[in-house]
Design a protein around this ligand. Structure first.
Ligand SMILES: C[S@@+](CC[C@H](N)C(=O)[O-])C[C@H]1O[C@@H](n2cnc3c(N)ncnc32)[C@H](O)[C@@H]1O
Length: 192
């Protein structure tokens, strides 16, 4: 994990990941051990997390689904070694195209981190979970992204429902160290 920790430190220094360091490290360690051959990340943004996924799973095929792809993001994808797919993660055609790109019927790990509204996260779960061995969610704790005037993001509601209803092993990576706020959190469900 030394190389992975180096990438995590660099990503955190440059602020290009929307994750908490403790939580993304726990996810990286989990994936490092599990060695998924195929990974899909819904919502790439600046690709900080994708760089960490690449470091943790050097042999995996990784596809990032993102609706807004800048030339800079394209360059980062080329440099990091993952494929960007421009499209809507909620669209069934996106899923079918990504499966074709990966040349598989089932994806080993999908990380849902695109639009965080309840409807959008639910749609991502409905679209991707039937073809995934494990699904990760970001923002499994109720929070508003730091602005108490806003309605809390919807991811935690979907996560609570998935945890209650889906069969499979559930993992939660949460930074609850002293001084840490009560936002974010990463959840993973291994589907049977
Ligand atoms: C929270 S950011 C992703 C952060 C990234 N996963 C990370 O950990 O650094 C959400 C991203 O999802 C993208 N997005 C939002 N809705 C989407 C959709 N329906 N399909 C594809 N991408 C979407 C946004 O453009 C944005 O870049």
């Amino acid at each position: 994990m030394d190389d992975v920790n180096e990438v995590i430190a660099q990503v955190m220094r440059t602020g290009v990941s929307a994750q908490k360091e403790v939580e993304i490290r726990a996810l990286a360690e989990y994936l490092w051990e599990r060695k998924p051959a195929t990974i899909v990340e819904c919502g790439v943004q600046y690709a900080g997390t994708t760089m960490i996924l690449r470091a943790a799973c050097p042999d995996a095929q990784i596809v990032g689904v993102e609706r807004d792809i800048s030339p800079n993001l394209q360059a980062v994808a080329q440099g990091t070694g993952f494929t960007l797919y421009r499209g809507d993660s909620h669209d069934i055609r996106t899923r079918e195209d990504v499966l074709r790109l990966l040349d598989v019927e089932r994806i080993d790990f999908c990380f849902i981190d695109a639009d965080h509204s309840f409807e959008a996260v639910l749609a991502d779960w409905v679209i991707w979970s039937p073809v995934c061995a494990a699904v990760g969610f970001h923002d499994i704790r109720p929070h508003t992204g730091g602005n108490p005037a806003l309605t809390p993001l919807g991811s935690h509601l979907v996560w609570e429902a998935v945890k209650a209803l889906a069969r499979g092993r559930v993992l939660e990576f949460i930074d609850d160290s002293p001084g840490s706020d009560d936002t974010m959190g990463i959840g993973v469900i291994e589907l049977v």
